[in-house]
Design a protein around this ligand. Structure first.
Ligand code: ZN
Length: 357
């Protein structure tokens, strides 16, 4: 899971800060319900994905705009789980966008209500009009991949929204269903310093574990003649998976072992259906936000980097990241994530779909 921090809006007496509304309401819904559930919403505009998409306005309503828990009781509203809109940073010396926050900023979110503060002189923060797609395109340049350690998206949304009061724009369930919880124009809380410049996705997978005994993997996977498959624990019922009776099988049958941040980890692969939907979603996002390059951080040998980026590398990087590239204390999406196959498929998909207006 993402231990996420809102990246906070800075203000000083000397800095010019455009006032931002304390609370946003979800935009008009009536015009938003797509005719076909295969598009995502970016700045209120539909972008075709070609994979199943369930918006927050549709059942089961994984709605990150809501200030109430989705599953547990109906206590008092407890505040926003996201930062409305996007903020771009410019300096007096450099009037162009500076999307990377200064290093040394708080990395952890505290109270939801204590979101904005911090002080940087010489920086001017400008709120990006959330309906202005061109302006958003100048700010959003990263797509961050997570595994959810919850196993299914229903549990992920409960933990993220109800318990931790965090957010992420997309969830990807075992059967390849994409749940969009917020318009991509909003800043969600999933990857600390990358939040202001990124879009995030939590992919259903129980996660990666040190070598040796791994009870979670034993609980979540069984094996039959077709190889390993996901066994959702009985306490979760069907786990909320949209496709009735769906049996999720890892795209590669063996446990994948690999190094992340220098630690050897084992993990089962994601399902074929998840890769298919993720590829289509990623291509759609690269079209919607052309600054997101269809590539991941690479080391000197040209391999996808298996550890956190330096601050400078992270600042420069525009493209697709694992959470572990952003934060040294993270391993997701883990060693089983098949980066090369995924990236090649994204590039192939981009060749098939027309450029966005
Ligand atoms: Zn994460």
């Amino acid at each position: 899971m993402s231990r996420c921090a809102a990246l906070l809006v800075l203000a000083t007496a000397s800095a010019c800060v455009v006032p931002r509304p304390e609370h946003h309401v979800a935009p008009e819904l009536s015009t938003w319900v797509p005719a076909q559930n295969d598009s995502i919403l970016v700045a209120g505009k539909r972008f075709h994905v070609g994979a199943p998409v369930v918006l927050w306005t549709d059942p089961p309503n994984y709605d990150a705009y809501s200030t109430k828990p989705r599953f547990s009781g109906v206590p008092e509203p407890s505040g926003l789980r996201y930062e409305p809109g996007r903020v771009r940073r410019v300096t007096r010396e450099n009037p162009n966008f500076v999307t990377a926050p200064a290093s040394g900023e708080p990395d952890a979110r505290t109270e939801p209500q204590k979101q904005r503060r911090i002080v940087v002189s010489e920086e001017v923060l400008v709120e990006v009009a959330s309906s202005d797609l061109e302006a958003l395109r100048g700010v959003v340049d990263q797509f961050v991949l997570h595994y959810d350690v919850c196993g299914v998206s229903q549990t992920c949304f409960r933990v993220l929204h109800d318990e931790r009061e965090l957010s992420v724009q997309f969830l990807l369930d075992l059967d390849g269903t994409i749940y969009q919880t917020l318009d991509a124009r909003e800043t969600s809380w999933h990857a600390t310093k990358s939040n202001p410049r990124s879009i995030g996705i939590e992919i259903a997978n129980i996660g990666a574990y040190p070598m040796g005994v791994a009870p979670a993997l034993d609980t979540w996977y069984a094996e039959d003649i077709g190889g390993p498959y996901v066994t959702i624990p009985a306490r979760l019922g069907d786990g909320g998976v949209r496709t009735r009776g769906f049996v999720g099988r890892p795209a590669r049958p063996e446990r994948i072992v690999g190094s992340i941040q220098g630690d050897l980890l084992q993990q089962y692969d994601f399902t074929r259906e998840q890769y298919e939907s993720l590829v289509k979603l990623t291509a759609a996002l690269c079209r919607a936000f052309p600054r997101i390059e269809p590539d991941a951080p690479r080391d000197e040998e040209g391999r996808v980097q298996d550890r956190v980026l330096s601050d400078g590398e992270w600042r420069e990087f525009r493209g697709i990241l694992g959470h572990y590239h952003v934060q040294a204390n993270k391993a997701d999406p883990g060693p089983a994530f098949d980066w090369e196959r995924y990236l090649a498929a994204v590039r192939a998909r981009l060749g098939e779909i027309p450029a966005s207006p």
